[in-house]
Ligand binder design. Structure first.
Ligand SMILES: [Fe+2]
Length: 233
């Protein structure tokens, strides 16, 4: 009889523990935090088109601030770390109202900049290759047409933002521009290349000459990476 009572008590304790642990909110821990990824090359690797000083400030200060502010917002909802940054940005409607805009701004800032560092490189082909080259010719008639339209989108983005070559679910390519740190993945679009046209990306070297920055940026697009992005399922 004694054994039966102790078994019942033990079962009750176990059930209580399970109920409590299933209702408790995940606890914030610094281990969960999103970290600033290092640049995939040296700060001066893109000279003379993008200067070392701009790269240091852009990566170490501007992107670091997005990382810090994103983690600050997620302190209120640490369960969201499980979704990953891409998961959060692809599913904005699932985010709690009190941090949604902060994830859009700061999470978008982290995603866009990580994408941006990787889409630049020196010493690569100045033209797209492979499947992407064929798709650009199909959807824009020629590379030159594509380049002119992309430059126009980047030049005409009022204020701060980005210009992108994106692909929709049907496989069609298009050029879009997004404001602030809004990102194509939140619109269900796959980014292929993207240029940051916030002044912090070019002002030290180019001052107000955004057009010159865009022309030079075309000399350092990593078309191998763009091809990889295009072929991603
Ligand atoms: Fe930037």
């Amino acid at each position: 009889m004694k054994l039966k009572i102790s078994n019942i008590l033990l079962t009750c304790c176990l059930i209580g523990f399970l109920i409590l642990s299933s209702n408790s909110k995940p606890v914030y821990s610094s281990d969960l935090e999103i970290k600033l990824k290092p640049l995939p090359y040296a700060y001066d690797a893109l000279e003379p088109y993008i200067d070392k000083e701009t790269m240091i400030l852009h990566h170490d200060k501007h992107e670091q601030a997005y990382v810090d502010n994103l983690n600050k917002a997620l302190k209120k909802h640490p369960e969201l770390y499980k979704k990953g940054l891409d998961g959060m940005l692809k599913d904005l409607s699932s985010l709690p109202d009190d941090i949604k805009q902060s994830v859009i701004n700061n999470g978008g800032g982290v995603y866009n900049h990580d994408f941006f560092w990787n889409i630049m490189a020196k010493g690569k082909s100045e033209m797209p290759t492979g499947n992407l080259s064929k798709a650009i010719n199909k959807d824009f008639d020629s590379f030159e047409n594509f380049k002119a339209q992309f430059k126009e989108a980047a030049l005409n983005r009022f204020g701060s933002g980005w210009a992108w070559l994106v692909q929709d679910n049907g496989g069609k390519l298009s050029i879009i521009s997004t404001a602030n740190q809004d990102t194509p993945i939140s619109k269900g679009l796959k980014p292929i290349i993207g240029i940051d046209v916030w002044e912090h990306a070019y002002y030290l070297k180019y001052q107000n000459k955004r057009g010159e920055y865009i022309d030079n940026w075309f000399k350092i697009i990593n078309w191998d990476k763009a091809e990889e992005n295009f072929n991603l399922k």
